[in-house]
Design a protein around this ligand. Structure first.
Ligand code: PAF
Length: 281
């Protein structure tokens, strides 16, 4: 059965014991409201380790002052049930944000360059919050592997950079985006979409599929691939639709190596992100 740990000190002590026993630890950090995408991350972790740890923590430091922290969906009992079915051994659920961010804390982790583009343009402190909470969680648990979803492709690129730059131990594993039957990428925020906004939001996977197929037919020019993209996302309010290098996040004129087409757009007051791989092979 799943065990729930609330105190960071207890989480750290348990992880130390597992390591001393030679057990391999997989870690899946989340903000809860688990869906099939999270379950695919848990399954990947379960396959690759002896102990599977899930964290559920709605991290206030990655939300801006006018963002949806209060409206972020939460369902701890439902999450624990899904986690148990997915084979989670321990769920780390800090009781209050102050457990990880006490008022005395002054330290932030900031990855220069990568966090100012794409989502960072409209969410300037978002990735600082993500990196800092991940640094704390990684230090408490010191997992052999951590599993992240590719839907948050910029987050993944930034965390990989930070992980390498800080010589952190363990491995980062990524898992492809899981989609609803109609193509919408799974996201906890989908729960906040009205029926009409949800159907309008299908413009996102529709656009990404069409860019993917033009790319598969040989088109490599970024301006051509993106022509008409903003209009295709209507009535969504578009934060960005861009094609960038998959690792450095550099802007491109022509796709010559692994790239991603990434979108952030608002439907009915809900901000959604999605992306597809464009890899010339
Ligand atoms: O991807 C998420 O759910 C969050 O950004 C993460 C990695 C759990 C950090 O709070």
């Amino acid at each position: 059965v799943i065990e729930i740990v609330k105190l960071p000190s207890e989480m750290q002590a348990r992880a130390q014991r597992w390591r001393a026993e030679g057990q391999r630890i997989a870690f899946v950090p989340t903000m809860g409201y688990l869906h099939a995408g999270h379950v695919s991350l848990l399954e990947e972790g379960r396959r690759r380790a002896d102990i599977l740890v899930l964290s559920i923590f709605v991290n206030p430091t990655q939300f801006g002052p006018r963002e949806d922290l209060d409206a972020y969906p939460r369902d701890e009992p439902g999450d624990l049930h899904k986690a148990e079915s997915a084979g989670v051994d321990v769920a780390f659920c800090p009781l209050e944000p102050v457990e990880l961010f006490p008022p005395t804390a002054l330290t932030w982790v900031y990855v220069e360059g990568l966090q100012g583009v794409l989502c960072g343009r409209t969410r300037p402190d978002h990735f600082r919050g993500v990196c800092t909470v991940c640094a704390k969680l990684w230090n408490l648990i010191r997992p052999d592997l951590s599993v992240f979803g590719e839907k948050d492709f910029q987050q993944l690129a930034i965390l990989r950079r930070m992980h390498a730059d800080l010589h952190l131990s363990g491995e980062i594993v990524s898992v492809p985006t899981v989609r609803e039957a109609d193509g919408l990428a799974m996201s906890s925020r989908n729960a906040n979409l009205s029926l009409s906004a949800r159907s309008e939001a299908l413009a996102i996977p529709g656009l990404l599929r069409s860019i993917e197929s033009r790319f598969a037919q040989g088109e490599r020019r970024v301006d051509v691939l993106l022509s008409g993209a903003v209009a295709a996302l209507a009535p969504g309010r578009v934060d960005y639709v861009e094609i960038r290098d998959a690792h450095s996040l550099a802007a491109l004129d022509t796709v010559r190596g692994p790239a991603r087409c990434a979108v952030a757009a608002w439907y009915g007051g809900v901000r959604l992100i999605d992306n597809v791989v464009l890899d010339p092979g």
